[in-house]
Design a protein around this ligand. Structure first.
Ligand code: BJ8
Length: 424
């Protein structure tokens, strides 16, 4: 890795603590990723990004700021990146996925808070992640109670804008979200000093749609049997998509998808054609959370699709590109974003419908519905997911876990038993 020490010092990072993370990450990545056989060559780019994870992209963001640009840190797929890029800004997903940051979050949050929130708060307060220190502004949302209160703590650290995500999906809720996007535009214009015109917003909608299309194409290849890419590798691509430059993300995803399509044509896979095909549904897995995928895939089954925000919820729906006025474009944005089926909505039948549809499209043998510990929304919804899938005759197991390794062996035993049941 290049030497980023000066950059990290200038950011005010706790270098001593950060060194501890730098020591463990390569080993963890090597064990989970580099041990896989026959990985697509296109994964080389993503391996490089991980090897320089706290260096190469943060350096680009800092360069952008040097040129007068602004950086916005986000925590949810409900934040419309299009607005930020239309104003010449950079949006970067910040959700923390490592146990390393959890203790920092627990200094100010109740221990019984979801690890994603604890890690996100800890990464900022402990000053051990450059991505959390670079943004000029954080953009939060009102999807769950834990996040709502955490924003108030983080607002003591960094300027904060909160988008009010509706809890229902009636027409008046879509209209309310449209108004939120309008407010967001006004705020982003103020922070960046740049006007968001219909032309710029139109270009930005295309930019983000192209990224979504690249990821869609990649996921499409996963429908093949034998599956041409592991679930772990596909998950890594999506995780990196949250903070990479969107045009580069589209380019690299398309390049990888092309390689996968060639593999599909040759019937070349990373698992035997008769390997079990698993869908993982539920809460997002922020980088470097690879725990569940690793357990499933080292038990011989392939994860072929993720119904999650680090999966299909991130890119499935496109924004209609036909509007020519900012008002029309904002309407199109609101309609697209409100199609995302997060468990924060009530009722939320669309998510169960998505799982059933994806199970068919990706020809899955079973579903592992998972939620991060203390995520009340997804753990409660798991009852409805189980009920609906039982009606369809689709085998499902529910797992609640966190970022620690404590339950690793217990999870392995439970997952192996589930896979064994599917094989019978
Ligand atoms: S649209 S899934 S990214 S909110 S896991 S922090 S909900 S307690 S992450 Fe999410 Fe947006 Fe929904 Fe997607 Fe709270 Fe649950 Fe933790 Fe969560």
């Amino acid at each position: 890795m290049a030497d980023y020490k000066q950059m990290w010092t200038d950011l005010g990072m706790d270098l001593e603590k950060h060194d501890l993370l730098c020591e463990v990450l390569p080993e963890a990545f090597g064990g989970v990723y580099l041990s896989q056989q026959n990985r697509p060559q296109g994964m080389g780019f993503y391996d490089f990004v991980v090897s320089e994870i706290h260096g190469v992209r943060p350096a680009e963001m800092l360069e952008h700021q040097k040129q007068g640009g602004k950086v916005f840190g986000t925590f949810c797929v409900y934040v419309p990146d299009e607005v930020v890029f239309a104003a010449g800004g950079i949006a970067a997903g910040l959700c923390g996925g490592s146990q390393f940051w959890v203790s920092g979050g627990e200094k100010v949050l109740p221990a019984n808070t979801c690890p994603l929130i604890k890690a996100s708060v800890g990464a900022r307060l402990d000053k051990t992640c450059p991505f959390f220190l670079i943004p000029d502004m954080y953009v939060g949302e009102t999807t769950c109670d834990g996040k709502k209160k955490a924003w108030e703590i983080l607002a003591g650290e960094v300027p904060f804008h909160i988008i009010d995500v509706p809890q229902m999906k009636r027409d008046k809720d879509v209209a309310a979200f449209e108004a939120e996007i309008m407010d967001f535009i006004a705020m982003v214009e103020k922070v960046t000093g740049n006007k968001i015109t219909a032309e710029r917003l139109g270009e930005s909608i295309k930019l983000i749609n192209n990224k979504r299309k690249g990821l869609q194409r990649l996921y499409n290849a996963r429908k093949a049997s034998p599956v041409p890419i592991s679930g772990k590798d596909a998950l890594l691509v999506t995780q990196i998509a949250f903070y990479d430059d969107p045009a580069r993300c589209a380019q690299m995803a398309n390049q990888l998808a092309e390689e996968l399509e060639e593999r599909v044509a040759r019937q070349e896979g990373v698992f035997p054609a008769n390997a079990l095909r698993i869908m993982v549904s539920g809460t997002p897995m922020a980088i470097p959370n690879w725990k569940l995928h690793h357990i499933i895939e080292t038990a011989g089954a392939a994860v072929v699709v993720e119904e999650s925000c680090t999966g299909t919820r991130y890119f499935e729906n496109l924004v209609d590109e036909s509007a020519t006025t900012v008002e029309g474009q904002v309407r199109a944005l609101a309609e697209r974003y409100m199609k995302t089926n997060c468990a924060c909505f009530t009722p939320n039948p669309g998510r169960v419908e998505d799982i059933v549809r994806l199970a068919d499209e990706y020809k899955v043998d079973g579903i592992i519905d998972t939620n991060l510990q203390f995520c009340n929304l997804y753990s409660t919804e798991s009852f409805l997911v189980k009920q609906a899938l039982a009606d369809k005759g689709l085998p499902v197991m529910h797992i609640e876990t966190d970022y620690s390794e404590q339950d690793y062996e217990q999870l392995r035993t439970r997952i192996e038993a589930f896979l064994e049941m599917l094989r019978k």
